[in-house]
Write a protein that binds this ligand. Structure first.
Ligand SMILES: NC(=O)c1ccc[n+]([C@@H]2O[C@H](COP(=O)([O-])OP(=O)(O)OC[C@H]3O[C@@H](n4cnc5c(N)ncnc54)[C@H](OP(=O)(O)O)[C@@H]3O)[C@@H](O)[C@H]2O)c1
Length: 386
């Protein structure tokens, strides 16, 4: 039986008890546990995947802390997390034509597309009976896989950084630019000012903006991330210089800085995956006809804003989630040419996955955290290991 990580209500409760109910003191490494998993039988449309590498994703942090909803409890007491992986196809069902043994594939996590392809649920999170990919092997419907673009110029860890974050950024960007263009045509204004707040998804969002010729800024508290993005022509703004927007004066100072950077125009598009104190800052720097787009709520699920002001400035707030299934394939086409992710400087061993999550939670990583799952790699993947 393959080894796999799980999160259980008992382990969440034990960790909560250890810290006297203080969620801020919880150590997610104590909650994510390694065990074994019996895989379901292969169906005709299934693929058996040997997992090569995965990236750590925030929904696992939310699941382990049970800080937004206790998803483990609603899923019956135990979940097997992991919805971003690169793997090798080791077996295919009788009806599978898109893949064959030996192919390298990336996963997507749109777990339950609605009639227009938008995800109603996310695989290995709230999709019923879904089993995730923080495991040595998995059985997956072939519709959940996209061929890995092995010659895109990225290394294996960079490819592993993208299956969840790149489609999210792709969806955010096509929605944001589409909404802005509904209001202001390219003929009237070709080059836009685009701002993203720290984090892997926002970085990728800014890479899309930059690749289409727009001005892009990353407002992050992490100097390594800002430096990496500056090499791609995306300017950095130090969020800590504005005390991470702890007070209204900090937001005012940030707004003054952005006015200066943009010759008084402010930001036409803002990507805010964090909310909490970041939201008022992003809202304050919205240009007229601006769009503020989000698929995350890392610091708070609730936002408050002045509706009159938003109307007068014609500002649109848009809430998105993960990409459609076909959109995931489109996002994968942009690996390497547009998406050049920053990867954390340690590649974690499979056994160290819980520590990777705790360090992600502590916000001490220099880029997207990657976990190497397979010791022995197929030749095509091995060639991409730096
Ligand atoms: N709906 C979806 O499909 C979807 C997909 C992916 C992610 N998400 C959600 O979006 C959020 C961000 O995801 P991600 O993958 O971009 O995250 P990530 O790469 O792990 O980055 C998280 C960022 O949060 C920032 N941060 C941490 N603590 C902060 C604080 N106290 N104040 C301000 N900033 C702080 C850090 O920015 P600094 O650089 O400034 O330190 C860090 O870079 C998560 O909540 C995640 O669950 C949603």
């Amino acid at each position: 039986m393959p080894r796999a990580y799980s999160i259980s209500v008992e382990d969440i409760a034990a960790e909560r008890e250890r810290v006297g109910g203080e969620v801020d003191d919880m150590n997610v490494a104590n909650v994510i546990k390694l065990g074994t998993l019996e895989l379901r039988d292969m169906g005709p449309g299934d693929v058996r995947l040997k997992i090569l590498a995965v990236s750590a994703e925030h929904n696992v942090d939310h699941a382990a802390l049970a800080d937004t909803v206790n998803i483990t409890e609603s899923r019956g007491g135990k979940i097997y997390p992991g919805n971003s992986a690169v793997g090798e196809v080791v077996d295919v069902g009788a009806d599978v034509t898109r893949f064959q043994k030996g192919d390298i594939a990336v996963t997507h996590c749109n777990g339950d597309p609605d009639e227009h392809g938008y995800p109603q649920r996310i695989w290995a999170y709230d999709t019923e009976d879904s089993v995730g990919w923080y495991a040595e092997e998995a059985v997956i419907g072939d519709w959940q896989l996209v061929h890995a673009p092995l010659s895109c110029g990225l290394n294996l860890w960079e490819i592993a950084a993208l299956p969840l974050r790149a489609p999210t950024a792709h969806h955010l960007w096509r929605r944001a630019i589409g909404i802005y263009r509904l209001k202001v045509s390219r003929e009237r204004r070709a080059v836009l000012n685009v701002l993203g707040f720290g984090g892997g998804v926002s970085e990728l969002f800014l890479m899309l903006a930059k690749s289409e010729g727009h001005n892009a800024w990353l407002c992050s508290g992490n100097p390594e991330r800002r430096e990496a993005l500056e090499k791609q022509g995306i300017a950095g703004i130090d969020q800590k210089q504005f005390n991470r927007f702890a007070s209204r004066d900090d937001v005012r100072a940030f707004s003054r800085e952005v006015r200066q950077l943009t010759n008084g125009e402010q930001m036409h598009i803002v990507c805010d995956m964090l909310r909490g104190p970041v939201f008022p800052a992003g809202f304050a720097v919205a240009a007229r006809q601006g769009v503020n787009v989000s698929a995350g709520w890392q610091l708070s699920q609730v936002i408050e804003y002045n509706s009159t002001l938003a109307s007068v400035k014609q500002v649109t707030l848009d809430h998105t989630h993960y990409e459609t299934v076909v959109g995931c394939a489109a996002a994968t086409e942009l690996y390497g040419s547009v998406f050049k992710p920053t990867v954390h400087n340690e590649i974690y061993a499979f056994e160290d996955l819980p520590r990777a999550f705790e360090e992600m939670h502590q916000n001490t990583q220099t880029g997207i955290p990657i976990v190497r799952v397979a010791d022995s790699m197929p030749t095509a993947a091995n060639a991409l290991i730096p």
